[in-house]
Design a protein around this ligand. Structure first.
Ligand code: FE2
Length: 376
């Protein structure tokens, strides 16, 4: 059997061309930022730490910055129907617009990216306020998603210049989320390789792991996936495309309802997935249903693990092993009306993969949901 590590060696190595160091933040364009912020705080356990709105002098949009551990998510909604954000929302519904990447050098990131063929959106820009200076630039990627390169070494504020600290009416405990582990893009039929090629050529990113429809197919639907990553492995971005199956692929359903390519899920790292998932469930977060039968064969599939199988089964947590260790993961249901974006909660105990062994169990469960929506 070819292990994930062996495959990695055969695939392209990452080069540090754009000085990309890490994920910075993810910004969602939504219909109602105020209410979305309530869900992120009360259900997911983020703290609203900053905002920008009419009350802070922003005449264009309302925006709340939700933070938990090292994860920052901005939720923004426009005031005017003629705003670009309104058109985006009408087409896509709530969705991730900006995948922010911290870079060591915005000028270099921009000039190298543009020279290598990236779609320019905002050239290097410097903004200041009382907390210091941020430099950023924005380029396009798949669909209407953009990457914002951010250099924030000289900045102590809660997010970006123009945002003010925000004090929520109630304070709630967090749910143990620490950082963004990976961000996954769904693209249309036959667009995976060109998208991966874009990250190779423009970003210098390497390819990590590859899945084909043989790895990821069920009785009904199928997908293909390749993972691109930066030089230090902190930025990992799987790219999925639909594959032929007897029924509609879940990636195709996404693309149909999102009206194009977009961010499918953001995986958030925890050091204690049992308490994270227990707390999120208590607060009303809905996770995909894992069949009880999944746990009957778990030990034979992944070997000895530290956690009680009974407890994992109770919470519906999935486990997978690769040659470096194992990981625990679970996926929320879509968190908006359309069957598009969802979150993953992940705990890594050595494993560097993405849960390939869980794909089948997971997709069968997703398909039951798809069938309930009449979309299978
Ligand atoms: Fe994932």
């Amino acid at each position: 059997m070819v292990t994930e590590l062996q495959r990695t060696k055969e695939l392209e190595q990452a080069r540090d061309i754009l000085t990309v160091e890490d994920f910075d933040s993810v910004e969602f364009w939504v219909g109602n930022a105020y209410q979305a912020a309530y869900y992120y705080q009360h259900a997911l356990g983020f703290q609203p730490v900053a905002w920008s709105s009419l009350k802070t002098g922003n005449r264009r949009y309302a925006s709340y910055v939700m933070q938990q551990g090292g994860v920052k998510i901005a939720l923004s909604a426009p005031y005017s129907p003629s705003d670009e954000m309104a058109a985006h929302h009408m087409l896509h519904g709530d969705g991730a617009k900006v995948v922010g990447l911290t870079v060591r050098d915005v000028e270099k990131a921009w000039s190298e990216a543009i020279e290598r063929g990236a779609r320019p959106i905002i050239p290097p820009t410097e903004e200041k306020d009382d907390w210091g200076t941020v430099r950023y630039a924005v380029i396009g990627t798949y669909g209407d998603v953009v990457h914002r390169f951010v250099e924030r070494d000289g900045y102590d504020g809660p997010y970006l210049p123009g945002y003010q600290p925000y004090k929520p009416p109630v304070e709630l405990p967090d749910t143990g989320l620490k950082r963004i582990d990976h961000v996954v893009g769904n693209v249309d039929w036959n667009k995976m390789n060109p998208t991966v090629q874009f990250y190779h050529e423009v970003f210098g990113f390497g390819t990590f792991i590859e899945f084909t429809e043989k790895d990821i197919s069920t009785n009904y639907s199928a997908l293909r996936s390749k993972v691109v990553r930066n030089y230090n492995n902190k930025v990992k971005m799987p790219i999925n495309e639909p594959a032929e199956g007897p029924r509609k692929s879940q990636i195709e359903e996404y693309v149909e309802y999102y009206h194009g390519a977009g961010v499918q899920h953001v995986a958030l790292l925890t050091n204690d997935i049992i308490s994270t998932v227990r707390e999120m469930r208590r607060r009303g977060v809905e996770f995909i249903n894992v069949p009880r039968t999944y746990y009957e064969t778990l030990t034979s599939r992944v070997g000895e693990i530290d956690e009680e199988i009974q407890e994992l089964a109770e919470l519906g947590i999935l486990v997978d092993r690769d040659d470096k260790g194992y990981l625990l993961q679970l996926f929320t249901k879509p968190i908006q009306d359309r069957p598009t974006f969802f979150f993953e909660v992940i705990q890594r105990k050595g494993a560097e993969g993405f849960g390939k062994g869980n794909f089948k169990a997971l997709f069968e469960s997703i398909e039951r949901e798809q069938a309930e929506r009449g979309n299978l």
